[in-house]
Design a protein around this ligand. Sequence first.
Ligand SMILES: *Cc1c(COP(=O)(O)O)cnc(C)c1O
Length: 403
Amino acid sequence: MSTQKLPDHLHAQTRAVRVASERSQYGEHSEALFLTSGYVQPSAEASARRFAGDEEGFTYGRYGNPTVASFEQRLAAMEGAPACISTASGMSAILMMCMGLLKSGDHVICSHSMFGSTIKLIGTDLAKFGVRSTFVPQTDAAAWQAAIEPATKLLFAETPTNPLTEVCDIRALADIAHNAGALLAVDNCFATPALQRPMALGADIVTHSGTKYLDGQGRVMAGALCASEKLVTESFLPVLKSAGMTLAPFNAWVVLKGLETLDIRMQAQSARALTLAQWLQAHPAVAAVHYPGLPSHPQHLLAMAQQSNCGGAVLSFEVKATGDELARQRAFHLLDSLQTLSRCTNLGDTKTLLAHPASTSHGRLTPAQRSLAGVSQGLIRVAVGLEHLFDIQADLERGLTSF
Ligand SMILES: *Cc1c(COP(=O)(O)O)cnc(C)c1O
């Protein structure tokens, strides 16, 4: 293998295409995909040193793979993180983080508006193992502060959130966490390192679902944690080794190549999202639009400062209707009238995806949890893709004008 020595101070866009371009003896220009579960050891002594962690070198597919390592190096470089460890999905990255950092009796603070499965994992599944949690309003830093207990080990935030795009102040939460001797983790799924680098704002850990924008074309599942070398090797790698939520090499290769176009995709998709949000806001059939790029968004200024002056590519809106039943009926009607865009509970694709959060991503929540998360029956999330804006608008207009 040979590694190109790159200059130290490259721009983010350059790092996204140039970092971790190791080449085998064949000199392939595109990064190789290594499909192997085992590795032949140079000697029994070397094998022993590698298994003991005293020497670099791959030993077994669950512990590591060159293609997976390339993805981790590139994502770390893009997040400005010292290290990265990847997993089979975004949720398994969050599970790995929790298993690595928390034990029975420890306490976690999250917002009510976290990703639905994150609320389930932390509030219900981890509770079975004695991990306690408090859920607070996303944008209320005083509430995060008030929830601190002596046993608080982790504050976990997501910004902007799904589906209401609420934005929290990463630097303020980092200060609250650090004053309490706790760590701050930020789920950077929606903004991605193209728009927002939480570690530069004081976060200790960045969690990712690579399934979303990092892949960018809806092909594979992947997840990752970016953090210090110490957290990765001492807290997270041991969980990977014993629990085995390993990222498949093929998926790592797909996401590694996806990172190369992340910046231009985020710019192009966010530009469409902004125009679409403005158009929806002026539409008579729409009651409210949630998008950080709109001046009417409650955290607009914070979002612009924290997210490279960009609102991102996800927005949500509420159809106008009186009562939950009619709102749900209209939202379903809109989704069923689509001819070009997709009814699909994913995001971060080049194809525009629409979802009804109350019956899908947030369907497993109790009505009380759903209402705390602000997910109403008339709410529709749009993850804006790369279609022509006029075609996106025309497909929505058909449903919106026929209630
Ligand atoms: C999708 C998503 C996850 C979970 O990722 P998977 O790859 O689906 O496991 C976590 N957080 C956010 C914000 C997401 O959108």
